[in-house]
Write a protein of this length. Structure first.
Length: 323
């Protein structure tokens, strides 16, 4: 099978499309014929091996999993002898954040893993980016225990995490203010944000509004800058470690020292979240934004675009045709 392979950490140039052996499903696994995948911040982080501590998990000198792509959508090609909940030919999507493998024509995933049937009216290209950004957003929302009626600001309302957070918060009944650039104001408003702030013409941290929660979905601000926006007892959550890895440290210290605090939740991957997101897609309450698509042969270009930090929503990789 064809796959995008990397055998050392580095820039997009270390990725090569080549022929590799097809994986063989174990008794409790599915073999999925991948039609579409994505390139996202998770993939880019594992490609570069930065921050360096991630190499403790994925390989000190070289990556153990050499085919990235944590998201996928495709067809069940084969099932292991013990699989009962999926059948050959079924359209499925999911998140394989441990083994990866989406940047290849075939991957294996456990029957009980983060995999579900694609909603009937959803294409492979629409299904592939359902999970990654949204499951990070879900973890943040649940960690902050956000409820209906609360005021929440999302910095980076057009990113994979931010655009999902806006929609999930609206579905929850929160009052959402989102921050983005001029060109994308209408897009973010269409996601359901009550107010949209153009960061190119206004410093959102200087606003007089007060928020119960500030979600920095792009990691381009800080608790120090956003603290003035927080109501008493308010919380700041970032998707990034912050300057000098300050956010995990502040998450430990601010609950002891201040009424305003930092949360740095560790994401939990559950199949229940995949099924929850599938349900929202089916009801029209959530749809992942897609910026652009690339073929598997163009995957280096996709990585270059994503690492530039300007993507809107998600970048899809067309791996192969469905027929």
């Amino acid at each position: 099978m064809r796959a995008a392979v990397y055998r050392r950490y580095g820039p997009p140039s270390v990725v090569h499309v080549e022929s590799v052996p097809m994986p063989v499903p174990q008794a409790d696994e599915l073999l999925v014929r991948v039609i579409a995948s994505t390139v996202n911040r998770t993939d880019c982080g594992f490609l570069s091996g930065i921050p360096y501590f991630v190499r403790l998990l994925i390989g000190l000198r070289a990556p153990r999993a050499t085919i990235l792509g944590c998201e996928f959508a495709g067809l069940v090609e084969q099932v292991g002898v013990g699989v009962t909940s999926f059948t050959v030919g079924q359209r499925v999507f999911g998140y394989n954040g441990v083994k990866f493998g989406g940047h290849a024509e075939y991957l294996t995933i456990a029957e009980g893993g983060l995999v579900a049937e694609i909603p009937a009216s959803t294409s492979y290209e629409q299904a592939a980016p359902i999970v990654e950004g949204a499951h990070y957003a879900l973890n943040m929302i649940r960690a902050a225990k956000i409820t209906a009626g609360q005021n929440v600001l999302v910095n980076g309302g057009t990113g994979g995490i931010g655009s999902a957070a806006v929609q999930l918060l609206v579905q929850l009944g929160a009052r959402v203010t989102a921050v983005c650039a001029t060109a994308h104001l209408d897009t973010v408003q269409s996601l359901g944000a009550e107010r949209v702030v153009d960061y190119t013409s206004e410093d959102f941290t200087a606003r007089g509004d007060r928020f119960d929660v500030v979600i920095d979905a792009v990691g381009k601000s800080s608790f120090g800058r956003c603290r003035r926006l927080l109501a008493p007892g308010g919380m700041y959550i970032s998707s990034e470690l912050g300057v000098m890895w300050q956010n995990p440290f502040l998450a430990l210290t601010t609950p002891l020292l201040r009424k305003k605090r930092v949360l740095f939740p560790i994401p939990k991957d559950t199949r229940g979240d995949v099924l929850f997101l599938k349900g929202l897609v089916e009801t029209g309450e959530f749809h992942p934004l897609v910026d652009r698509s690339y073929s598997l042969d163009q995957i280096r270009e996709a990585y270059i675009y994503v690492t530039a930090g300007q993507k809107i929503g998600n970048v899809v990789i067309h791996v192969q045709d469905a027929t």
